[in-house]
Design a protein around this ligand. Structure first.
Ligand code: PLP
Ligand code: ZN
Length: 397
């Protein structure tokens, strides 16, 4: 039985479901958000997980996120557009032990992904599925990393990418888009302004949009971080996971992965507490979480060195807040100054030049350890989402 699945079925994709109104959407056609005008929610892919499939299927598979192909939405293997993304290393904190005491703290280091960030995961799946559905032109608003990833994967897949990016983004993020052959549109404004314009222009020109959580499959790519966390920790999840939250795709994706793994019977019901870390500049989720609200308010305090965190109003704010509460997690803001200090401390002592978004987590960890929210001997995972080399323009050395 298990062998048959392995030989004849690649993806176990069943359909898509709206988490708000429950409407089921067919997966054979192009989808964006829920077609029910009242919710327009992000759609979640659902899989046939009650097949008795065993985790031994993973043995000997390639060290990329496509080792979990049964739980990804691409039906025909020939449509997979890959540059070797995923299966990134778990790196323990080694020399900064004075800060961690009895805690065990690991980085999941996403900086080695193609185009230098974990955006490669989501974009690889979204571009592959778009190719499978016959789409040729893909557009996105971006704070930086998603644009570079889309440009690279569209190039690889023989498709056209159109990227809208704030003019204030460091030059390297723009140059890489152009080098990969994308059309780059620079906007005087933030990612929300980019999003509005892409939406208008996409409708006029019939481009497909892959804005964060407004199409279903970037989430599926980011979900693979959750599978890796479980597999690399030998199916024992950590106690706390810190995540730098912009649009929230990774946070929601990791949570979805744990749910699917439990349905498969590969892990139990124990879950980590999830911590959303935001920049002081865009702290809508932190404010809403601590005020006990179910949606966030638009919040944009301007420039931050962590471009990936300048998301004034995440599209899936309700889902992010739900995950934080369900997990008994929390949310915390970090200033640019603190991120800069952390980035340098980690580079100097740990040999890792991480993105400011990742560096924010180190400060957040120290603060929550200090207040006692993190207990001694808890196992903690920090997700470094990107490569610091792309941000050097933003850092005073
Ligand atoms: C996009 C991005 C984030 C935020 O990710 P979301 O899944 O949108 O919350 C964090 N860090 C980096 C480096 C990013 O590029
Ligand atoms: Zn709905």
């Amino acid at each position: 039985m298990v062998n048959n699945i392995e030989l004849t079925v690649m993806s176990l994709l069943k359909n898509l479901i709206c988490p708000e109104c429950g409407t089921v959407h067919h997966a054979e056609v192009i989808n964006t958000v829920c077609t029910n005008e009242a919710c327009k929610s992000t759609l979640f892919a659902q899989y046939n997980l009650n097949t008795g499939i065993n985790k031994s299927i993973l043995q000997g598979r390639e060290a990329t996120m496509w080792r979990y192909r049964e739980f990804l939405p691409v039906i025909d293997e020939k449509n997979i557009v890959t540059l070797g993304e995923g299966f990134t290393p778990m790196i323990p904190v080694e020399n900064l032990k004075s800060f961690i005491g009895d805690n065990v703290v690991f980085w999941k280091d996403e900086s080695g992904n193609p185009t230098g960030s974990f955006k490669a995961r989501g974009i690889s799946v979204a571009v592959s599925k778009a190719k499978e559905l016959g789409i040729q032109t893909i557009a996105t608003p971006t704070a930086g990393n998603a644009g570079g990833a889309l440009a690279a994967y569209a190039s690889r897949g023989g498709m056209k990418a159109i990227v809208y990016m704030p003019r204030q983004t460091p030059k390297v993020f723009k140059d890489e888009c152009r080098l990969y052959g994308a059309d780059l549109v620079e906007i005087d404004g933030n990612i929300s302004d980019c999003g509005k314009l892409v939406n208008e222009h996409a409708q006029l020109n019939n481009w497909f949009q892959v804005s964060t959580l407004k199409e279903p499959y970037r989430l599926e790519g980011k979900k693979t971080m959750g599978f890796e966390i479980a597999e690399q920790f030998n199916w024992q999840l950590p106690d706390v996971i810190f995540y730098p939250t912009g649009g929230g795709t990774g946070l929601i994706g990791i949570w979805k992965a744990f749910d699917e793994l439990e349905q498969l019977g590969w892990i139990g019901s124990k879950r980590p507490r999830m911590v959303a870390v935001q920049s002081k500049s865009c702290d809508g989720i932190v404010k809403a979480f601590h005020a006990g609200q179910y949606v966030s308010e638009f919040a944009d305090g301007g420039f931050t060195i962590a471009n990936g965190l300048r998301v004034p109003k995440p599209y899936a704010d309700k889902v992010i807040l739900k995950v934080l509460r369900e997990s008994r997690g929390t949310a915390i803001t970090i200033s640019d100054e603190e991120m800069s200090v952390a980035l340098k401390e980690i580079a100097r002592h740990e040999g890792m030049l991480i993105a400011p978004e990742g560096a924010a987590l180190w400060q957040a960890f120290k603060k929550l350890k200090h207040t006692g929210w993190i207990k001694p001997e808890e196992k903690v995972l920090l997700i470094n989402t990107g490569n610091g080399y792309k941000y050097l323009e933003n850092i005073n050395i």
